[in-house]
Write a protein that binds this ligand. Sequence first.
Ligand code: G6Q
Length: 554
Amino acid sequence: MTNLPKTSAWQALAEHASEQREITLAQRFGTDEGRFHKFQLKAPGWFLDYSKNQINDETVKHLVALAEASQVSTKFNAMFKGEVVNPTEGRAALHSALRYQGSDAIRVDGEDVVPGIRDVLDRMSTFANKVRAGEWLGFTGKPITDIVNIGIGGSDLGPLMATEALQPFAHDALNIHFVSNVDGSHMVSTLKKVDPETTLFIVASKTFTTIETLTNATTARDWFLESKATENDVAKHFAALSTNAEKVSDFGIDTNNMFEFWDWVGGRYSLWSAIGLPLMLCIGPEQFQRFLSGAADMDKHAKEAPLSENMPVMLALLTIWYSNFFGASSHLIAPYDQYLHRFPAYLQQLTMESNGKSVHVDGSSVSVTTGPIVWGEPGTNGQHAYFQLLHQGTHLIPADFILAMESCNPCGNHHELLIANCLAQTEALMKGKSTDEVAAEMAAAGVPPEKIDALKTHRTFEGNRPTNTLLTQRLDPYALGALIALYENKVFAEAAIWDINPFDQWGVELGKQLATTLYDDMQASVSNGKPVDSHDSSTNGLINHINAARNILA
Ligand code: G6Q
């Protein structure tokens, strides 16, 4: 059993933190002009300024000592080599192999997985090229104009986020839609926008048993067959991305149109596999390859950079610093980039599904806080909404600000304003504005003294809010691949230190079971006319209330 708080690295950090909490960020900048140069890192595609954190040189040494004591480097190697790093499911977690660009073998159970990965990538490329060139024809001989990806969770959030993020690289005649929610409104509203003759459905499901996805796929197939199409035409309009050929075939999708992946690819880490097909269709195989290269280079950095210069490790250590030693319970992701508008949602799954755990790898209970709540919206929109709480609220919320230095859509002075807003926010969050400064400002503006007294504390900003700033030249496929891999490796480094398994998701599995039982009970009550009494009184009451309101009890 790991007892983190008892380890000497943890205790040294705890003692150091009690001193550091007393020093503000403004004081740190006031006494150390060199912070920006000292606390910055470079990694493929990205520059990190982490000087606006409540740290000094000693803090970095203590944090790195914690990473060393937790064997972060050894654990990274084990993951990249294909060892079983997901013991509760008895699997490797080899998403890094999916983007690996080298020529070494990567083995799972003695078998080199690289040739299989490259085979599927080749098949995906051939297929994507055909669709993009208008050569994949629908049942009436027309080219495909619309692609509907049907999937949920890991089979939706990644491709959706990346397809949005890389819109400047998108094929201009292909519309890509994503349907995930079992709420019929999602599918119905999407079907209203497409034509059965020119639509390709991609059913994305690792297991091919997920009820939401199968329900949506069945509705799509019924809708397709209600047109002039026949069963024989399904092969031209339905493809599957899955590990489960048997279920794909049972569903009626030709396995020639199936792009496979493997059980050592976790759902939320699967964007690099066949699950990335909608992205490849959108940006083309060549740019998809650049996307993979960005991630591969970031993996190399994670594996080889010394811990003190390792960007994912440093970001992980900063999260641990605030979560475990400053009581922070959430982490804001603020991309100053409209194209990254789904990035916070994607990172919510990556981070919270991976590190939302309360037992160590050996099953014993953790004694420290693990994965923080991740949230966010793109800037500058967030500034006109929840940023108030960041500046003057009572919670400590560390934040990552993400910015491309060049716009994909240069236009007037928009980008300069975007940059100015991003940097002004991190500066203000760091510095704040003292009551004296506020009073002086108001006096200079001619505000009467009694009004200054009444308002000055309301207008005071404590500052001392930590932020990281991540910069890239331009948000292109390489930079996006590197950014996602940066966060994947950050999440892994956190889990390595907390000694938890970031690759299982029993909470998600629970949801899948519970809904099925409740659905069966609701249906039984509708057909036998008897109220449900097998749950707690609230759940029984709600089911019976809903059944009665929908007038479907006998
Ligand atoms: C991801 C999770 C979960 C999963 C979905 C969809 O890591 O396991 O979000 O991706 O439940 O599962 P299928 O791809 O099997 O349909």
